[in-house]
Ligand binder design. Structure first.
Ligand code: HSE
Length: 308
């Protein structure tokens, strides 16, 4: 096998209270990537979308991730990569993670799974470093492992795959761009002990709720007293939208990654669609263009479409 085509899912990082440690993969939107293995030690990158992302290896998230993989491989190899992005950069839906994770998962398939999933996360974290300045793994891990992941530690890497509860995810992407690097810059460097205690309780509650499929526990644990109060000022309509979505029956939710997308979890498709209507209403009334998705948790991560 020399060539492979994959669909790479968007991801929701943080899951409200788990800043930099929790994340889940969605069924949509997905980037499409085609990767060809070549014998020359070079990487050629071409984008077929209109986002104007850099195609030079050192400036491209997939490029730096593939570079790290090539350096760890036993023989000199290279790749031709074609990317069609559907996950808009700066949306808070793991666009950069999809670029780097998709490339290394596809490459590993062409190399007969020479590397472990943990290795792939490590390579893909180079893409996150390029995009955001920090090697956080909470988007690349669910993209590679699928489902919901907990990054107990990034250095050294310790990733735990959690169960995937049967929940619906509604996402709204108000068409504004928030750069993750900027959204990290504004965060306070110190946390009050009483806030930390609340956050620890919520993270432990959320993970327990996921593992026990305890929906009310998941719902009451979706609270963030540290990051959301700061970052939500970057997202117009955030507070009112959250209230309306909960009134419509959502279990809870918050900022997706560093925003501006907002996600809500619901128990069934009917509620998830009601939640979508509330999201559209809020942004339409504010005159802000928006894109919504009603989807479910993707237990598999990167999907193989074809190979030759
Ligand atoms: N955990 C990262 C952040 C995710 O919130 O900055 C970025 O998508």
């Amino acid at each position: 096998m020399k060539k492979i085509k994959v669909a790479v899912p968007a991801t929701v990082a943080n899951l409200v209270c788990g800043f930099d440690i929790l994340g889940l993969a969605l069924h949509e939107p997905c980037d499409i990537m085609e990767l060809e293995l070549i014998n020359e030690p070079i990487i050629n990158i071409k984008h077929t979308d209109d986002y104007g992302l850099p195609e030079t290896v050192e400036e491209n998230v997939a490029g730096v991730a593939l570079q790290a993989l090539i350096e760890a491989y036993e023989k000199p190899i290279g790749f031709n990569l074609t990317v069609h992005k559907n996950i808009k950069p700066g949306s808070g839906l793991g666009s950069s993670a999809a670029g780097s994770a998709g490339a290394v998962v596809a490459a590993n398939h062409l190399l007969n799974n020479y590397f472990s999933k943990e290795d792939l996360v490590r390579f893909a974290m180079n893409g996150e470093k390029l995009a955001t300045g920090v090697k956080h793994a909470d988007n690349v891990a669910p993209c590679i492992y699928g489902g919901i992941t907990l990054v107990r530690s990034a250095f050294p890497l310790d990733i735990i795959s959690l169960a995937s509860p049967d929940l619906y995810v509604t996402v709204v992407h108000p068409q504004l761009e928030v750069k993750t690097a900027d959204a990290r810059q504004i965060l306070r460097k110190d946390v009050k002990l009483k806030d930390a205690i609340k956050q620890w309780g919520n993270i432990a509650g959320l993970v327990t709720g996921i593992l026990k499929n305890d929906i009310p526990l998941i719902s009451r644990s979706l609270e963030d007293v540290i990051i959301e109060p700061v970052r939500s000022i970057l997202i117009p309509g955030f507070a009112i939208l959250k209230d309306l979505c909960k009134e419509a029956g959502a279990l809870g939710g918050g900022i997706s990654g560093s925003g501006p997308s907002i996600f809500m979890l619901s128990e069934n498709e009917f509620i998830a669609k009601q939640v979508e209507q509330e999201m559209i209403k809020v942004y339409s009334s504010m005159g802000i263009e928006n894109k919504t998705y009603v989807t479910t948790i993707n237990p598999n991560g990167v999907k193989f479409i074809s190979s030759e």
